[in-house]
Ligand binder design. Structure first.
Ligand SMILES: [Zn+2]
Ligand SMILES: [Zn+2]
Length: 536
């Protein structure tokens, strides 16, 4: 079979692998690229996917970086079935509709901007996909039971196994038979952290021919996993004693429910201040919480988790509309606010940051992975200010990063999971990780198990068969490794500065009002440069 690596190849987002066998063509995940604009451009380029030629799609779990391009595929002609577990189907339906809403809003915003600048709107320039596309996508989903073999096409058998990570998440155990010869490939999907609060641990399949494993935390373990609740208490106490808020950017699915459950535990232990109301300010999180209750039999603390999200004594308030949300901005006094998105690149959390980031005594508590280029990552990396809604907001709040909530296995946990399958002849491919994390994990795998992992590049295509080595048929094109011409850009900038210098001499003779206006604009440019420098 041939695998095309169309995402999550030396990066953590855009998970998508298109597999061509002698009888079928299908995809494992169809995720959205997230982060900066260079990554996001890839979302529009589906030439390599050929959606109308895909027979079916297997979806590991509902996260947008695995499911977010499904409506794009449907918009561009995909008509097959999307196989996933029942909770994934329910979660993906609400998440894709939410994502479509964001896409539509972004397009509307771009158009408004163009109109204001007097530019023409290109009718061909559409949102990545619409809410209708998302609804059509949900209709193609076919729920599959865990641990029950499915044969979606001749010569392809697949079993969905528990991956932990988030509700419904699965490891895909695929056997492809071509010309009488079977090749078993396991895709880890995103692997959960053992001992997670709500979900059972990931299963370990029997050793396959090929193991494609995620490597998000390939370079590190989660720090202070045991101290998770204590760290949360520290953040809450810090802000409560200063009469300020605790802002928790949290993914609407899994993390929000996990935090609610943690707060419930703290309440039980008498470690939560009485006058500290808890708000869930994310329509998506509210909907997701209902789905968690529907599938509480999968959670390994079914009764308790139901109590945690239902118990009115726990003082959890789910905001209803945008007005409720805005009231929180004006509200004085301590409170805990959980809002999405978890990486602060969209959603109501951005408003909460704008109103609180500059306030001393506020805590911003990060409880999940922050991808490169996202506002969340900038804050975790110690940014002194953050650009929000066209304004630079100073960071005076205290930033907490709590690793123990991660939905991903840390380095040692990944190695342990891989170790249970390691044997001579096993092939390992590393996906879903940033290059540094992958290099470090690859080194450790080589050292411990004597296996040199294959690290595919974006758009690369490789043929694998049985336990043989991969044959790279189509190397990644140069565009997957584009480089920015920094020297050219810096040279241009230097030229502009010298032009400014020579012309400013003449500006001395202008009327004072005009000089003042030019001075303000130059000061603004200088400030922009300062902010840019702080990001380098
Ligand atoms: Zn995930
Ligand atoms: Zn992922």
């Amino acid at each position: 079979m041939k695998i095309a690596f169309l995402g999550a190849a030396q990066t953590v987002t855009g998970s998508c692998f298109v597999i061509q066998t002698d009888k079928a063509r299908f995809a494992v995940d169809c995720g959205m690229f997230q982060g900066n604009s260079a990554f996001e451009e890839r979302n529009f380029d589906t030439a390599a996917h050929r959606p109308e030629e895909l027979d079916f799609i297997l979806l590991t779990h509902a996260h947008i970086d695995h499911s977010g391009l499904l409506p794009r595929m449907v918009k561009q002609g995909f008509k097959g079935s999307i196989y996933c577990t029942a909770p994934t189907a329910d979660l993906a339906a609400i998440m894709l509709e939410d994502s479509a809403h964001i896409q539509e809003m972004e397009q509307e915003w771009k158009n408004k901007h163009k109109t204001r600048r007097g530019e023409e709107i290109d009718p061909a320039e559409e949102a990545l996909y619409s809410i209708d596309d998302a609804i059509a996508t949900a209709k193609l989903m076919r729920p599959v039971d865990f641990n029950k073999e499915l044969e979606p096409a001749e010569g392809v058998k697949v079993t969905f196994r528990y991956a932990g990570h988030i509700l419904g998440a699965a490891i895909l155990d695929i056997t492809v038979t071509e010309g009488g010869k079977a090749t078993r490939v396991v895709f880890s999907g995103d692997l959960g952290r053992p001992g997670a609060l709500l979900l059972p641990d990931a299963e370990t399949p029997a050793s396959p021919d090929w193991l494609f494993v995620e490597s998000t935390y390939g370079d590190r373990d989660h720090k202070g996993e045991a101290d998770t609740l204590n760290e949360l208490v520290e953040a809450i106490d810090y802000s409560f004693s200063r009469g300020e808020k605790v802002i928790i950017p949290a993914f609407a699915v899994e993390r929000t429910q996990e935090i609610l459950y943690s707060l419930y535990l703290l309440k039980q232990q008498g470690r939560l201040p009485d006058k500290m109301p808890i708000y869930v300010d994310s329509p998506l999180a509210t909907k997701a919480t209902k789905i968690f209750l529907k599938y509480s039999s999968i959670l390994h603390t079914p009764e308790l988790s139901s109590v945690a999200v239902h118990d009115p004594d726990a003082g959890v308030i789910f905001t209803q509309d945008a007005q409720d949300s805005m009231k929180l901005n004006a509200m004085q006094g301590p409170a805990i606010i959980l809002s999405a998105s978890g990486m602060c690149n969209a959603g109501r959390i951005r408003h909460h940051l704008k109103h609180n980031l500059w306030r001393e005594g506020v805590s911003i508590v990060f409880v999940g992975y922050q991808a490169i280029g996202t506002p969340g990552r900038k804050l975790v990396d110690g940014a002194k200010s953050l650009r929000l809604f066209g304004e630079d907001v100073k960071v005076a709040a205290r930033i907490f990063t709590i690793g123990g909530f991660s939905a991903h296995a840390g380095q040692s946990q990944l190695l342990e999971w891989i170790g249970a399958m390691a044997r001579p002849g096993l092939n390992i491919g590393l996906i879903h990780g940033e290059p540094k994390a992958q290099q470090i994990l690859a080194g450790l795998i080589k050292e411990r198990f004597g296996i040199t992992p294959f690290i595919p590049e974006y758009l690369e295509e490789a043929v694998i068969e049985g336990s043989g080595a991969p044959v790279v048929e189509t190397p990644a094109p140069a565009r997957s490794r584009r480089r920015v011409d920094w020297n050219f850009l810096a040279g241009e900038l230097e030229q502009r500065v010298s032009q400014i210098r020579s012309r400013l001499a003449e500006a001395d003779s202008l009327p004072w009002e005009e000089q003042a206006e030019l001075r303000d604009r130059l000061a603004e440019i200088e400030r922009e440069l300062f902010v840019f420098l702080s990001q380098l």
